[in-house]
Design a protein around this ligand. Structure first.
Ligand code: Q46
Ligand code: ZN
Ligand code: ZN
Length: 317
């Protein structure tokens, strides 16, 4: 960053965003991130002042940055931490929870951090349930993804939040898009968007306010704000195909700044112009007989089948 100057004030720049041809100093970068997020919230009609937002907080940089940005913009936002019970020898889940708790204490003590521990609720941690179900022979990721989606949905519903916000950044979204395109997962492509309308009345709308920010922009934001976050990735993410997709997209970005952003934005534009419009209609979703969340399976949804013999005796705090 040596020699770079802030475009707004001429001070020393802390970040140079080649794709935007924009270098900014610390205060102007913070201001730019917040104003840009506000613009995305409005553009995609994510939420409005007065709507209660629940931020899914993992303890990583993106979700903590998201929570910080949304609160600094004046929205009413609380956090939800899902305890997955993942250790990996490093105490990954414990560390993540400690970062989330420290963030609230240090920055926004008036905000509420809800905590839902999977093992305390259902009797088994994610690695344990994955082990006994057919879903997790090699890695618990597919059971984990299913459980996280279901429990975030349920929590937002039971706690009365209209909006559920997640910290997916552009690198995440572009990698998912790449994977879905590579395998022509038309139904997934049809559902990939910055905003997903509520599945049913009473359920939360799902939003991704950071979906147009590069991962390095969010890392820089967390750094300049002094947010402590868990640096380690989940131990099960090693070897995930999404990581190799990210590397590939980074190589493209290196050669052509903005390539990643254009890949994602062109996709959104194609969707706006009607691509996949018909495939959405053909997905037959109905409420699960046990939990009421939408499913395409007859009877119980995949989540409820996973815990078919378990009873739930614990609520979200
Ligand atoms: S799915 Fe898999 Fe992640 Fe769950 S087990 Fe870890 S890597 S946390 S995004
Ligand atoms: Zn400046
Ligand atoms: Zn169900």
């Amino acid at each position: 960053m040596q020699g770079m100057h802030c475009r707004k004030c001429g001070g020393l720049a802390v970040i140079n965003m080649r794709q935007h041809k924009l270098a900014l100093c610390e205060p102007h970068f913070i201001e730019w991130v917040r104003a840009t997020t506000q613009r995305f919230i409005e553009k995609y009609r994510m939420f409005e002042p007065g709507e209660k937002v629940l931020v899914a907080v993992s303890g990583g940089k993106d979700s903590l940055a998201l929570w910080d940005i949304v609160l600094s913009l004046g929205y009413q936002a609380d956090g939800l931490y899902l305890g997955l019970g993942i250790d990996g020898g490093l105490g990954y889940s414990d560390q993540s929870r400690a970062c989330a708790e420290k963030f609230v204490r240090d920055f926004w003590p008036e905000a509420k951090l809800h905590v839902l521990d999977v093992k305390a609720t259902y009797g088994e941690s994610i690695p344990q349930v994955a082990q006994r179900s057919h879903r997790g022979r090699a890695k618990p990721c597919s059971a984990c993804g299913l459980i996280k989606r279901h429990e975030l949905n349920r929590s937002a519903y039971e706690l009365g939040y209209a909006v559920l916000a997640t910290g997916h950044n552009l690198d995440d979204e572009a990698a998912v898009l790449w994977g879905n395109t590579l395998h022509w997962e038309v139904e997934f492509l049809a559902r990939q968007a910055p905003v997903l309308a509520a599945d049913r009345p009473g359920f939360a709308r799902k939003v991704k306010p950071l979906c147009r920010f590069y991962e390095r922009e969010m890392a820089a934001y967390a750094l300049v704000r002094g947010i402590d976050y868990v640096y380690d990735e989940c131990p099960y993410s090693v070897g995930a195909s999404s990581l190799s997709y990210k590397e590939l997209l980074n190589r493209m970005e290196q050669e052509r700044p903005g390539a990643k952003l254009n890949f994602y934005l062109d996709f959104l534009r194609a969707k706006e112009n009607g691509l996949f419009a018909r495939s959405r209609e053909t997905i037959d979703l109905h409420p699960c007989e046990r939990c009421g969340q939408p499913t395409s399976a007859p009877g119980l949804c995949a989540f409820c089948r996973l815990w078919a013999n378990q009873t739930r005796d614990h609520v979200i705090t």
